[in-house]
Design a protein around this ligand. Structure first.
Ligand SMILES: Cc1ncc(COP(=O)(O)O)c(C=O)c1O
Length: 488
């Protein structure tokens, strides 16, 4: 795996200096000449460092005076509150999310959408389309029978060995034979849940969580037990312990440890180790959804929960959908103790995945171009998130709160004045702007005042205007609410 370019390391160095207060807002930033002498770098590297810090929002260039440290606007909005954990949990419930999601999808189709903030994936231009086309052409030349022959039921062997090798950088020691290739992470989660539960069982999940998971629970007739989850550190281990004392029969726990959707939280390693040990002790199968690990800021991917698994109690599910190629729908699962059941269900459910995408992905992922792509993607997403967060601070009413995730494709925003995100959704849609309302992310009404905003599309004028419009709509909803309160 190759190292970050020098200019990027210097950018990180100065960003940390600003974040930790060694350089504060208004300080003069070292001149280009000072940077060149201090770090022994060329003129172009020094210029690149300043340009990058400026575009990330950390520097402002003042004509004829030089560069000055600036506090990005986004830090003006308060962060999200921690969840309350010492109150009774909602009862485990059958999930009734299909109706909400179906209504959401039907409404989205009604009118033309100009700006879509409801997606949790990147624009096609963020992925290496040309390199993947070349890799696919090479695969077809090398294996002329690829499209007319059937591949192994658990996935192409070359692809599985690339996945196993890459998994090592997240601390996982698994062999290719412990991997089954799936249709995205959605199929992996379906297989994992089918392997360890039966209809009617209780499954603990983070609250809020992404609606695709709630839909799977509903379709399998499982009951969801929502566990409070911190926007910083992920699932509350205290609340989980409490839940296991009340519900003896929890049959599985599903956790998104990295860049939880929608919260954006990342579990600290110490919590991960405790969670893996706790689930093993309690005999609760732990299903890890690591869809977003590779999008965490930083040069090395975070350690997966599976890295602490000694008993085969962790089922690891992952995907290339958000990080490499949304069109390929490639995911994978390592089933731990339930590997044989996972393989059996995969065969019964969809047989094998087609092979061309697997070979193209394997080709690309075994070169350093993949590392470069991920680094570039993380950088683009970081800038997009920063622009979006700046826009929220600038355009949304005071009192709006949001997370500042260290990576990923979305922001989770708590609207000011307790306004309903469903009403915001309705009004924004009339202007061709699509947001994901909070009610999609929980079986309860707890997220009514939240929206999830996707940051995977380039921040252009259209996006800026749409953010301004959303801010105005929020303001109008607050005013309407205040008038109603006075009239009532
Ligand atoms: C946390 C999480 N897991 C799984 C998925 C679905 O993954 P895939 O598209 O690979 O099936 C999503 C998609 O939004 C997600 O956010």
């Amino acid at each position: 795996m190759d190292q970050a370019p020098l200019y990027r390391r210097l950018v990180d160095h100065y960003r940390v200096a600003i974040e930790t207060g060694s350089l504060v807002c208004g300080d003069r930033f070292p001149s280009i000449r000072t940077l060149m002498a201090r770090h022994q770098v060329s003129l172009s590297t020094a210029l690149q460092v300043c340009r990058q810090l400026e575009s990330d929002g950390w520097l402002e260039a003042r004509p004829r005076s030089g560069n000055f440290v600036r506090q990005p606007l986004r830090l003006a909005a308060r962060p999200l509150a921690e969840p309350v954990i010492n109150q009774p949990l909602d009862a485990a419930q059958y999930v009734g999310i299909h109706a909400r999601v179906s209504e959401f999808i039907a409404r989205c189709r009604q009118g033309p959408v100009r700006v879509n903030f409801s997606r949790a994936r990147g624009a096609p231009s963020l992925y290496p389309g040309q390199a993947l086309r070349n890799a696919a052409a090479r695969a077809l030349r090398r294996h002329p029978e690829l499209l007319v022959d059937v591949g192994p039921h658990n996935g192409n062997a070359v692809f599985r060995s690339v996945l196993a090798k890459r998994a090592m950088s997240s601390g996982m020691l698994i062999g290719p034979e412990e991997i089954v290739v799936t249709q995205g992470c959605i199929e992996a989660l379906n297989l994992a849940l089918r392997a360890v539960t039966q209809a009617g069982d209780i499954v603990a999940v983070e609250s809020p969580t992404f609606y695709g998971l709630l839909q799977i629970l509903e379709s399998l007739g499982l009951r969801a037990l929502e566990i409070p989850t911190s926007p910083q550190t992920g699932i509350s281990l205290e609340a989980l312990e409490l839940a296991t004392r009340i519900h003896a029969g929890i049959k599985a726990l599903v956790v998104i440890p990295h860049l939880q959707n929608p919260l954006g939280s990342i579990m600290p390693d110490e919590y991960k180790a405790r969670l893996v040990a706790f689930c093993e002790e309690q005999g609760i199968p732990l299903i890890e959804d690591d869809t977003y690990g590779a999008l965490c800021d930083g040069e090395t991917p975070p350690r997966a929960l599976k890295a602490w698994d000694r008993a085969g109690n962790v089922i690891h599910c992952a995907s290339l959908h958000k990080i490499l190629a949304p069109g390929m729908r490639l995911g994978w699962i390592s089933g731990g103790r339930w590997q044989a059941r996972v393989e059996m269900f995969k065969h019964a459910q969809t047989h094998c995945n087609e092979q061309l995408s697997q070979l193209a992905a394997a080709d690309f992922m075994s070169s350093s171009a993949y590392d470069r792509h991920l680094r570039q993607l993380r950088g683009t997403l970081r800038r997009n998130r920063q622009r979006m967060a700046d826009a929220i601070s600038a355009y949304f009413p005071g009192g709006t709160r949001l997370n500042h995730p260290n990576g990923g494709l979305t922001l989770w925003v708590e609207l000011a004045g307790q306004i309903s995100s469903q009403r915001l959704f309705d009004q924004a849609l009339r202007d061709g702007i699509l947001v994901a309302p909070g009610r999609l992310f929980s079986n309860s009404e707890r997220c009514e005042h939240f929206v999830r905003l996707g940051c995977g599309w380039p921040y252009g004028e259209d996006v800026d205007r749409a953010m301004q419009r959303l801010g105005q709509l929020c303001q109008r909803l607050i005013e309407q609410g205040a008038k109603k309160a006075v009239a009532g």
